[in-house]
Design a protein around this ligand. Structure first.
Ligand SMILES: *Cc1c(COP(=O)(O)O)cnc(C)c1O
Length: 482
């Protein structure tokens, strides 16, 4: 496909405007005006429409086909929530509008949404209070780590270190590190969960927090979580829950009940909101009562007359972590999503997410290695170890899936699984689309034996084939040259 400049034809026009019948008056000083026309492409309107329509068809998203990206929860987001987010009364609000305007309360509805969303998240996760300000999961982790640092400072605790399992999402160690802590890695045992013995040997008076994901990034639930909490609290270390993916546990398990002290939730993963290409996001942070005073400002309060207001009167707060009040439209989508599903619907989301992941894992277990073959939660991790015997790597399988019209799963993560392929089908996929994916994976496994070379060449159906990713990173300057 050509780029739009190649389609340009000198002198062609998209629209022709009539001569101006009023005097031309330049308010811009002449020294700032162009002396020659900008070098734009010259095209008809139809050419432009066709060009961009063709481009949009090369795009891939959840609206196109299954997107089984492990850890990232790329699922279908009901269009209803988009409609709510676009409602004039919400979409046209300016963040600097006063909270109460002479009786006409322009922002009260929005504040009510935020206040109630905080309450709903408390109910779903078993925490006591939330901030909606963080704008991504990683941002939520950093906020949580800053709250933990403030807690220890208040108590004069000398804490320097955060313990994180070796399978954790990469944002966990980076957030802890940016918050000023040293990170120590705890190994995963042969059952795919945190090695409690290693934890007991590593934890010390220096330990500020333990950061856990449960189910972890292997898609496995740690049933000994209360034991971990007891170990943490014995040293006054805070237990942090990475709740980026809540798909597996809603209505089944509440981190707050399992004695977690701080957590974040990725609204853009579990609670609607399309988030391709790295955003937009929202990573609200929930805390237990003893940490509430450290939450960022502003906070939403409900006055005795039933109106809502933003309060900044929290002297022990860690302060601002984001401008204004978070990513409002994402919070609004999450609010609409939770209300439309209701408690029963959210439980069904979790049950179907877990059922789908187990269906995929069991359908493929004879074709690929499953490093930890036990009931998984919302995602499963396979390995291309067996295919490696024919020099077929996880990346070859991922690229081959593209030719089947399927977005590849997450590969080479978690780092502790060789040739990892991390698959999260999500609750929104039908049995037919799961079967299509499974069938593709089986056929690729067969090709790995009979014609491995064909997999090395994949993808062949895309505008560009296999890219040299190392070269792309190394020669990035190339993008900025003429
Ligand atoms: C996605 C994810 C994160 C990070 O969330 P972002 O919104 O991408 O910053 C952290 N932990 C886990 C387990 C995740 O899946």
């Amino acid at each position: 496909m050509s780029i739009i400049f190649q389609e340009s034809v000198k002198g062609r026009k998209g629209t022709v405007l009539p001569e101006s019948d009023v005097p031309v008056h330049h308010t811009i000083q002449s020294k700032y005006l162009r002396s020659e026309d900008a070098k734009l492409c010259e095209l008809s309107e139809l050419q432009v429409v066709r060009h961009f329509t063709a481009l949009s068809r090369k795009n891939y998203g959840v609206d196109t086909n299954i997107y089984p990206l492990g850890s990232c929860t790329m699922k279908y987001n009901p269009k209803f929530n988009e409609k709510i987010a676009a409602m004039e009364g919400f979409a046209s609000l300016h963040p600097l509008l006063p909270q109460l305007v002479g009786g006409g309360m322009l922002t009260q509805g929005a504040l009510a949404v935020l206040f109630e969303l905080e309450r709903l998240l408390c109910e779903i996760t078993g925490m006591d209070a939330y901030t909606l300000h963080p704008m991504a999961g990683a941002h939520g982790e950093l906020t949580g780590m800053m709250i933990i640092a403030a807690y220890h400072k208040e108590k004069n605790n000398r804490k320097t270190e955060v313990l994180i399992p070796d399978e954790a999402h990469g944002t966990n160690p980076s957030s802890a590190s940016i918050a000023g802590f040293q990170v120590t890695s705890i190994p995963t045992n042969e059952n795919g969960i945190l090695d409690i013995k290693a934890l007991e040997e590593t934890i010390s008076e220096k330990t500020a927090a333990i950061m856990l994901t449960n189910p972890n990034t292997l898609g496995l639930f740690n049933p000994l979580i209360e034991k971990v909490a007891a170990i943490a609290h014995k040293y006054d270390a805070q237990l942090y829950y990475d709740g980026a993916n809540l798909n597996a546990i809603m209505g089944k398990f509440r981190p707050g009940d399992a004695l977690f002290d701080v957590m974040h939730v990725n609204l853009h993963k579990t609670f609607s909101t399309p988030h391709g290409g790295g955003g937009p996001g929202a990573g609200p942070v929930g805390v237990k009562k003893h940490l509430e005073q450290f939450l960022p400002v502003s906070r939403i309060i409900k006055r005795s007359d039933g109106t809502y207001a933003l309060s900044y009167d929290f002297p022990k707060s860690i302060g601002y972590i984001a401008p204004f009040y978070g990513n409002f439209a994402i919070c609004l989508r999450a609010y609409a999503y939770i209300l439309t599903l209701g408690a029963k619907g959210l439980i069904e989301v979790s049950e179907n997410a877990v059922l789908n992941a187990n269906y995929v894992m069991h359908s493929l277990k004879d074709f690929y290695d499953v490093p930890y073959l036990r009931t998984c939660m919302h995602e499963c991790v396979l390995s291309a170890k067996r295919q490696l015997e024919n020099k077929v790597h996880a990346v070859d399988i991922a690229k081959a899936l593209i030719d089947w019209g399927i977005h590849p799963p997450t590969i080479y993560f978690p780092l502790i699984v060789k040739e990892a392929m991390m698959i999260e089908p999500t609750e929104t996929e039908s049995k037919e689309s799961l079967d299509y994916f499974i069938d593709a994976m089986k056929k690729i496994a067969l090709l790995a034996k009979t014609d491995p070379q064909s997999l090395h060449q994949a993808p062949i159906s895309t505008p560009v084939g296999r890219l040299d990713e190392t070269k792309a990173v190394k020669d990035m300057d190339f993008c900025f040259q003429d």
